[in-house]
Design a protein around this ligand. Structure first.
Ligand code: FES
Length: 94
């Protein structure tokens, strides 16, 4: 089992699509590369995550965290936060 942090971005739900989910996905991938975190974090497209009215929605497996109304400018801070959380207790690979 991989112990990568798995970020799911709702890009397949219509509400999040309209609110820029693809741009959020691209920003996560770009920032992940900038920070050299490709081996630590995966970023994948997802079906609806059940937070449609507050999209784009993001769910982080392993840490069981949700982020709502995510914009591309939030992605770098989220990645840094996730790395810090992984280093502390509470990370369970899924
Ligand atoms: S459409 Fe994205 S969370 Fe439902």
């Amino acid at each position: 089992m991989s112990d990568k942090i798995k970020i799911l971005v709702c890009t397949k739900g219509k509400h999040c699509q309209k609110r820029g989910a693809e741009e959020v996905l691209c920003a996560f991938k770009a920032e992940r590369e900038c920070l050299g975190l490709e081996d630590e974090i995966s970023v994948k497209k997802s079906e609806c995550l059940g937070m449609c009215d507050k999209g784009p929605g993001v769910y982080v497996k392993g840490l069981k965290l949700s982020y709502k109304k995510v914009s591309p400018k939030d992605c770098r801070d989220i990645l840094r936060t996730l790395c810090a959380k992984k280093s502390s207790k509470g990370y369970i690979p899924e």
